[in-house]
Design a protein around this ligand. Structure first.
Ligand code: NAI
Length: 343
């Protein structure tokens, strides 16, 4: 039998945490033959609720779940973890300035970065979910210099999955038949959901989404807006923010990262920019990536040319370029704001 993998979930007493921990314990994140030990962290006001979640995990009798650590102590939570899913953070409350929210989260991510750096297992993979996700991940990276930058990512897979869902409804195919949408940039309303290279299996053949959706106006307007604003639409409907879809997408993100993406398919991940596609280096920016042997690689234009799969290369037209730059600009501003909170 495999050794258990230790998975940290911060903010585990919250909404997403409540949806996420049973998925992890059932093998949705790491596969049905991978035992897990859950480490759950929350803050003292949530300690009792956190203990309630632990009680339910015991009650659910998950065969793969080999242990549960439920704690408000950051060091205990981070010790020996192989995977860290950072869901805990400070939410924006009415009347709060953006700078105040940023400042709270910068200080949380700074201290949790140090704890992970000192106590997590070597090669720990980190996924930041809590908003502002890209910038929280950047702060975590800056304050955990010994964790390889390739190991620190943020969640844009929910946006990616939302885009798949919208295309599937529009074209009238199963969501499993849609692939290779891209989310570029920030997990915010400036993100750019791009279908330029997306395909659909229709009547047994792979076809470009652009050839099936003749309404280019819809793809460049309504579609983008729906994906960008989907989080707000869920809040309006549920009076609570997305939780099950966020949890499920976090599992997709880690599963694909660890176990690999299928041949010919890419996914979107917020990763440390190396300057690809002229995105400023040093931002955590969402790119199309493929994963193999536990490592992600940004899909490059040449990747498609070399590949035997006959898909168009990732050429960036003027429309896309503008949107990719606008979201990069927002991230550059967020980064400056985060740094101003440090001093
Ligand atoms: P929630 O408020 O229900 O849960 C957050 C939990 O974090 C609470 O239990 C809170 O006590 C805990 N927490 C606060 N500070 C902490 C700290 N320093 N250490 C550990 N735990 C701490 O919020 P919910 O709905 O679960 O969302 C969590 C985060 O995920 C939010 O920041 C939200 O904006 C973000 N989010 C991101 C998405 C994405 O696609 N990247 C999608 C949906 C939500």
């Amino acid at each position: 039998a495999k050794d258990p993998v230790r998975v940290l979930v911060t903010g585990a007493a919250g909404q997403i945490g409540y949806a996420l921990v049973p998925m992890i314990a059932r093998g949705v994140m790491l596969g049905p033959d991978q035992p897990v030990i859950l480490h759950m962290l929350d803050i003292p006001p949530a300690a009792e609720a956190l203990n309630g979640v632990k009680m339910e995990l015991v009650d659910a009798a998950f065969p793969l779940l080999k242990g549960v650590v439920a704690t408000t102590d950051v060091v205990e939570a981070c010790t020996n973890v192989n995977i860290a899913v950072m869901v805990g953070g400070f939410p924006r409350k009415e009347g709060m300035e953006r700078k105040d929210v940023m400042s709270k989260n910068v200080s949380i991510y700074k201290s949790q970065a140090s704890a992970l750096e000192k106590h997590a297992a070597a090669n720990c993979k980190v996924l930041v979910v809590a908003n502002p996700a890209n910038t929280n991940a950047l702060i975590l990276k800056e304050f955990a210099p010994s964790i390889p930058e390739k190991n620190i990512t943020c969640l844009t897979r929910l946006d990616h999955n939302r885009a798949l869902g919208q295309i599937s409804e529009r074209v009238g195919v199963q969501v499993s038949e849609v692939k290779n949408v891209i989310i570029w940039g920030n997990h915010s309303s400036t993100q750019y959901p791009d279908v330029s290279h997306a395909t659909v299996i229709s009547e047994g053949a792979e076809k470009a989404v652009k050839s099936l959706v003749s309404d280019d106006e819809w793809l460049k307007g309504e579609f983008i807006k729906i994906v960008q604003q989907r989080g707000a639409a869920i809040i309006k409907a549920r009076k609570l923010s997305s939780a099950l879809s966020a949890a499920s997408s976090a599992c997709d993100h880690i599963r694909d990262w660890v176990l690999g993406t299928p041949e010919g398919t890419w996914v979107s991940m917020g990763v440390y920019s190396d300057g690809s596609y002229n995105v400023p280096a040093g931002l955590i920016y969402s790119f199309p990536v493929t994963c193999r042997n536990g490592e992600w690689t940004i899909v490059q234009a040449t990747y498609m040319i070399k590949s035997r799969v006959s898909l168009p290369g990732l050429e960036i037209d003027e429309f896309s370029r503008k949107k990719m730059d606008a979201t990069a600009e927002e991230l550059t501003e967020e980064k400056a704001l985060a740094y101003s909170c440090l001093s």
